[in-house]
Design a protein around this ligand. Structure first.
Ligand code: VGL
Ligand code: ZN
Length: 203
């Protein structure tokens, strides 16, 4: 059984959003077409409370891009984004969310961030996604969405660690690239760890 995982295609990661990814909206038509090819489609949604510890605004004198320690873990500070119930947290309007069989929210605990759709950044708690896929007999996952160098990357790495045969759909993702080359490095790392890099046309 194969499943498609659609990661964080939300307004705040699209152009004009609080944590906009260059050309992030270009993944939407790729996601919509690719979803039609899968019997099981699940999505993740970045879903932070307004007091989340990953927001620079919640730390006096800090700016986005600064790195702090948050409950024992290194944390990059971001602009406030994907606040629960806000427009920025909604899925992009053009995204065909009617294909989602289940949505897994993440980043809900103010004290820890969650890039991966499977676990928080400390691997302390599961979102339930891994268990959900296992229960349905999924052995192979295909992953696309935003952002390539954070949430897609960590979701791919966790999927591999959980033993899923894992594919990254490369044209269905875009990176933030806080530092130049982050996306290329992320793809190299995923590939090294066993991810299969494919294009949506090959799926
Ligand atoms: C993401 C940074 C902060 C992502 C989420 O979806 O890649 N990146 N929160
Ligand atoms: Zn976030």
């Amino acid at each position: 059984m194969q499943a498609l995982l659609v990661v964080d295609i939300q307004n705040d990661f699209c152009p004009g959003g609080a944590l906009e990814v260059p050309n992030g909206d270009e993944v939407i038509p790729v996601a919509n077409e690719t979803m039609k090819k899968f019997p099981l489609v699940v999505a993740t949604q970045d879903w932070h409370p307004a007091n989340h510890g990953s927001f620079a605004a919640n730390h006096p004198w800090r700016r986005p891009g600064d790195v702090i320690r948050l409950d024992g873990l290194e944390q990059i500070l971001w602009p406030m984004h994907c606040v629960q119930g806000s427009f920025g947290a909604e899925f992009a309007r053009e995204l065909d969310t009617s294909r989602f069989q289940e949505v897994f929210v993440k980043g809900t605990d103010p004290q820890i961030d969650s890039y991966s759709g499977f676990y928080d950044n400390g691997h302390r708690k599961s979102t339930g996604l891994g268990e959900y896929l296992r229960e349905r007999g999924v052995e192979e996952v295909f992953i696309l969405g935003l952002t390539l160098d954070y949430c897609v990357r960590f979701s791919v790495l966790d999927a591999l660690e959980l033993g899923f045969k894992t594919h990254l759909i490369i044209d269905g993702t875009r990176g933030v690239n806080l530092s130049e080359g982050d996306s290329d490095m992320a793809v190299a790392e995923m590939s090294e760890k066993g991810a299969i890099i494919v294009t949506s046309g090959e799926v």
